[in-house]
Ligand binder design. Sequence first.
Ligand SMILES: C[S@@+](CC[C@H](N)C(=O)[O-])C[C@H]1O[C@@H](n2cnc3c(N)ncnc32)[C@H](O)[C@@H]1O
Length: 241
Amino acid sequence: MLVLQPIPLNYVFGVAQSGVLMPDREWVSVPAPEGWMAGWGKVYKELLDTPEEELRDLNVSRVPRELERALKVAEINPSALDILELASGDGSVACYLAKLGATVEALDALEIAVEVTRRRAKALGLEERLTARLRSIDGWDIPHGKYDVIVALQCLQYLFDRAIPRTKEILEAIKPGGFFVYSGNILPHFETDPPIRFITREELQEMLEGWTLHSFGEDEILLKKDDLRGYIWVVARKPIG
Ligand SMILES: C[S@@+](CC[C@H](N)C(=O)[O-])C[C@H]1O[C@@H](n2cnc3c(N)ncnc32)[C@H](O)[C@@H]1O
């Protein structure tokens, strides 16, 4: 059982169908519905019991690898970078970036995600370079021009009406010459309640006007029968001057 100390004031508790409080399903208050948070929490919980050698295997998607490629193109040494990853989930991307040499701050609203990320970082000997914290993406002042890189994969869409305003604040928090690393869903996607706030290609292009696009793509992937999902990603560099 996880013991949280101190417990933030805005804490809510995932409640199992039986009505029993599930201490391993705690999260900070976020706009995403309880069922979605509990679902992600369930996936991460399984990782807490995974042998350490499996946690060391960082099977990341193409987006962080696109960042690594962009850094090479821009001749930037990752070990000089301060990276913020928002909604870092199982911590594999945060560890991948820390393994490149960067200093990484990883945030997620789920206690279990933070726990798995710390466990993974420990298994990889990356604790000095990776800090995992329980925190929402939104609802706090993100310092202007602080980060070399901000990574936001499959998460900003769950802020609903705050998705676009918060994305703009996040972009402000990136230093001149720094990178924004993004992925999210677009149509086609099954209907959800509440509807996911898909951030479209046009909206990304508008927000990233003047930035250098190192990688910008869309995919449609049939995840299972009758479940074709659209994805969009971008790795973009903020103008230096
Ligand atoms: C689909 S998963 C994506 C995780 C990871 N970024 C990835 O790409 O594998 C969504 C994640 O967003 C987190 N999340 C959802 N809303 C959040 C919020 N407002 N603040 C912080 N984390 C949030 C969930 O806890 C979950 O870890």
